[in-house]
Write a protein that binds this ligand. Structure first.
Ligand code: 4AD
Ligand code: MG
Length: 483
């Protein structure tokens, strides 16, 4: 059996007899099967000799039916493909009743396909997206492996809240209706499976830090969970995050690593996914036509990827960002929905203004106010990039991308035990629970840094899709966990 990709691309197969198997996309004129096996977005045209195949079998070549064809690959008569197959033997492996099959050879809305998520991989759009998701995932391992990082498996179940944002899903075997109570009348988690309140992890960072302070360089890559009630096109309740962490690395090194990773992944998809990219580029161009002129993006998908690959990311401080926003047209004209104020987090509308309108390229913002960032980030001193006269800032860095906003969040970590403990007290982070984390600062502490890249946000960027639910196989979001 040969993959259709090989059949189409390997010239040495021309004029030989091979077997392929896949699903019928269309069947025209009782003769031409467009067959797709998922190995490529392109179909193999399989030409049936009507005299050899009875009418009952011809009727079974419906869209979605699984079919195996054997025949000679010959130079194609029609345009559009180099070769086609002159079929000598054909077998229907799985029938697909046309009147019941939801996926027809026509344009379906993405909403409709989301409701049929189990079948949507059979469309051009989703097969392209998921082949590219694979390319990105594999590229992540490739990048870190070649840079000396060890793949580290952080636990999924945890008793600590890494981000301190309290947006965690509980993991419990207690009877939800009648939980055991302690003497104060509260739920007694000592009786629970893990003997303590436990949750699905929001980040593997804290555990990755413990490993980085021994192995030097590590990265996690796995599912993370957030119970934030954000029904947006950028948030999922279950998403995949990549978190590198390196000892003896400062903020500058962290920014270089983040930029290097993004560029490596983009160059990989430009090299390995050109067929899929061309399809998605055309799809996006079509979609843009329905938007008002001022909302259309200036570049097509492939041009945008090349542009990001070829240009250095802009590196600015939070102070710079606020100043630019305060001077911006949308701010002056009161077009922003959220306030622009020092000590207040940037909203996606602000991030997108900086990236899409002002700099027109990816931007890394550092030196955020301490108040709006997690407890583990390093406090800036005068002279540090991102230090501000306006108030206490930390060595945070967010990477902002066109069309997406924040794609990476990271920082240099606070390695000084006394400063870290003071910060935890200030922010109400329980030091007792995190005794093991604090031990890393007690025993051989060193400057170190890392970041988290949201896989789905990156896949959104490289595919040009508009909704994060379309780039993960089975999206989990508020009120939605079907399939
Ligand atoms: O900025 P965040 O919250 O950073 C952390 O979790 C750190 N512990 C990372 C680190 O320094 N090791 O999340 C990192 C990235 C975001 O920039 C975003 O791309 C993605 O994770 N992300 C989400 N993606 C989809 N749905 C959500 N609900 C997301 N929340 C964060
Ligand atoms: Mg963040």
């Amino acid at each position: 059996m040969h993959s259709i990709q090989f059949a189409l691309d390997d010239e040495s197969l021309t004029n030989t007899t091979i077997t392929v198997a896949g699903w019928v996309r269309t069947f025209r004129n009782d003769r031409f099967i467009a067959l797709n096996d998922g190995s490529t977005i392109r179909n193999l045209q399989c030409v049936i000799d009507q005299k050899e195949v009875d009418a009952a079998t011809l009727a079974r070549f419906t869209t979605g039916a699984a079919v195996q064809c054997t025949g000679e690959l010959v130079p194609s008569q029609g345009s559009g493909q180099r070769v086609e197959m002159k079929v000598t033997a054909v077998e229907v492996i799985g029938d697909c009743p046309a009147e019941k099959y939801p996926i027809q050879p026509k344009k379906h809305s993405l909403e409709f396909l989301r409701e049929n998520a189990h079948l949507r991989f059979r469309t051009n759009t989703y097969s392209a997206v998921f082949r590219m998701r694979h390319q990105v995932s594999f590229g992540i391992h490739e990048y870190f492996d070649t840079h000396g990082y060890n793949y580290f498996h952080a636990p999924i179940i945890t008793a600590s809240d890494a981000e301190g944002a309290g947006e965690m899903f509980r993991v419990s075997t207690l009877d939800a209706k009648q939980p055991p109570l302690n003497e104060s009348g509260e739920v007694d988690f000592e009786e629970d499976f893990f003997g303590a309140e436990s949750h699905l992890t929001v980040s593997g960072q804290l555990q990755a830090e413990t490993a980085a302070l021994a192995l030097g360089k590590v990265y996690t890559f796995g599912p993370t969970f957030r119970a934030e009630n954000s029904n947006t096109t950028r948030h999922l309740a279950e998403f995949w995050m990549v978190e590198p962490e390196a000892a003896f690395m400062d903020l500058k090194g962290d920014m270089d690593l983040a930029e290097g990773l993004c560029k490596h992944l983009i160059s990989r998809v430009l090299r390995n996914s050109m067929d899929d990219l061309q399809f998605l580029d055309a799809r996006l161009a079509e979609e843009e036509k329905s938007k008002p002129q001022d909302q259309r993006s200036e570049m097509g998908l492939i041009d945008r990827l090349k542009f990001v690959l070829e240009n250095p990311f802009e590196r600015i401080t939070y102070d710079d960002a606020i100043n630019i926003l305060l001077r911006s047209k949308p701010y002056q004209k009161k077009k922003f929905q959220f306030p622009v104020e020092w000590d207040v987090d940037l909203q996606s509308e602000h991030e997108r203004y900086l990236v899409e309108k002002h700099f027109k390229k990816p931007v890394i913002v550092t030196g955020y106010p301490a108040k709006i960032k997690a407890f583990y980030m390093r406090t800036n001193a005068p002279g540090d990039f991102g230090y501000s006269e306006k108030g206490k800032t930390v060595a945070a860095m967010d990477v902002l991308f066109p069309g997406i906003g924040e794609i990476i969040g990271g920082s240099q970590r606070e390695e000084r035990l006394d400063v870290l403990e003071a910060r935890m007290d200030e922010m109400g982070v329980p030091k007792g629970e995190l005794w093991w984390y604090l031990d890393t600062r007690r025993f051989g502490t060193v400057p170190h840094a890392g970041f988290g890249l949201g896989l789905e946000r990156f896949v959104l960027f490289v595919t040009g899709m508009g909704n994060i639910r379309d780039v993960i196989p089975y999206p989990r979001a508020p009120k939605s966990a079907e399939f």
